[in-house]
Design a protein around this ligand. Structure first.
Ligand code: RIB
Length: 314
């Protein structure tokens, strides 16, 4: 029987990346170095991660790009990773999305996106892809696409019985209906605080259960809080548990969260039990942090398996 598909609905950006000693303050001109253009976009990164990590599960990307050379590069990067790019459509009214990224010496970043064609993805575009949801095990969403397109995809995934995993990034308020449509919500600390009506703050492991409970009270069915170097915390029908992070030397955190989501979709699609799936996603994410860039940093399945086999596990 052919493997069920992972569908990714989301953004594709060309990332313009500069390394800086420290992130500039408002009004400050900072000197950077090592400028690079690297394929990115939260949706495309998740698709790339899923395809690099999958063992035979097909991955299909749905999105919009302009008619320009960035679009060619972004399609080629995903195709090289093994993603089916036939759901990426051209847009005449806007250029391909771009992201301007500063990365400091500790690997932390600041990102500004100009969505371009990503903002032209419509609910009708997503509904045209109805057939691919029917064969999907998981559908991955983020918030760099218009909410109407995200909502249409979430409904299609729900109706088809696929698990919709919503990464509420970049942080934005969400209607209860959207929260309720997501089978799994995967915010980082900033996003979780915003969705829970709290000021942005670091979340300790002791605070995680209450924060997750608040998000569930607001409509989320299950939550994975992504807690950076503290790992992640799950709260949902399968109970509550913490999966610790792996210690690595951080070079660049760009796409670490995207890698986590792509990896989690792969593991769950393969039928991996949730605790082990979270451990797999933490490992993939940790490896991505040790390398610069977005899609350039995403590890292969062999790398993640080797990394995990060198550590005590389940
Ligand atoms: O999550 C990282 C991504 O955010 C970057 O690749 C950039 O394109 C922005 O979408």
């Amino acid at each position: 029987m052919p493997s069920r598909t992972i569908v990714v609905i989301g953004s594709l950006n060309m990332d313009f990346v500069v390394q800086v000693q420290r992130l500039p303050a408002p009004g400050e001109t900072a000197r950077g170095e090592n400028f690079r253009m690297i394929p990115g976009g939260k949706g495309a990164n998740q698709a790339c991660a899923a395809a690099r990590l999958a063992r035979g599960t097909p991955v299909r990307m749905i999105g919009r790009v302009g008619y320009d050379s960035f679009a060619d590069h972004l399609r080629a990067s995903l195709a090289a990773a093994g993603v089916d790019t036939s759901g990426i459509h051209g847009c005449r009214s806007a250029p391909t999305g771009v992201a301007l990224i500063w990365v400091d010496r500790a690997g932390q970043n600041s990102i500004v996106i100009a969505p371009g064609a990503n903002a032209e993805l419509t609910a009708a575009d997503v509904e045209t892809e109805r057939a691919c949801f029917v064969s999907a095990s998981c559908a991955l969403f983020q918030l760099e696409s218009p909410m109407a397109a995200v909502a249409a995809g979430l409904r299609l995934a729900r109706d088809a019985g696929a698990l919709p995993i919503l990464d509420p990034a970049p942080a934005a308020p969400l209607a209860p209906e959207i929260l309720g449509l997501a089978g799994l919500l995967t915010p980082n600390e900033t996003e979780a605080c915003l969705l829970a009506g709290l000021p942005p703050q670091r979340i300790t492991l002791a605070q995680a259960p209450a924060l997750a409970a608040e998000l569930r009270a607001r409509g989320a069915r299950a939550v994975v809080l992504k807690l950076g170097d503290q790992g992640c915390f799950y709260s949902g029908p399968e109970g509550e548990f913490h999966s610790p992070a792996f210690r690595v030397e951080a070079v660049d955190a760009t796409a670490a969260g995207d890698t986590f989501n792509g990896a989690l979709a792969v593991a769950l699609s393969e039928g991996t039990p949730l605790p082990e799936a979270l451990r797999f996603a933490n490992a993939a994410s940790a490896l991505s942090v040790t390398r610069p860039g977005a899609q350039t940093s995403i590890p292969s399945r062999e790398e993640v398996d080797r990394f995990l086999s060198g550590r005590a596990g389940f």
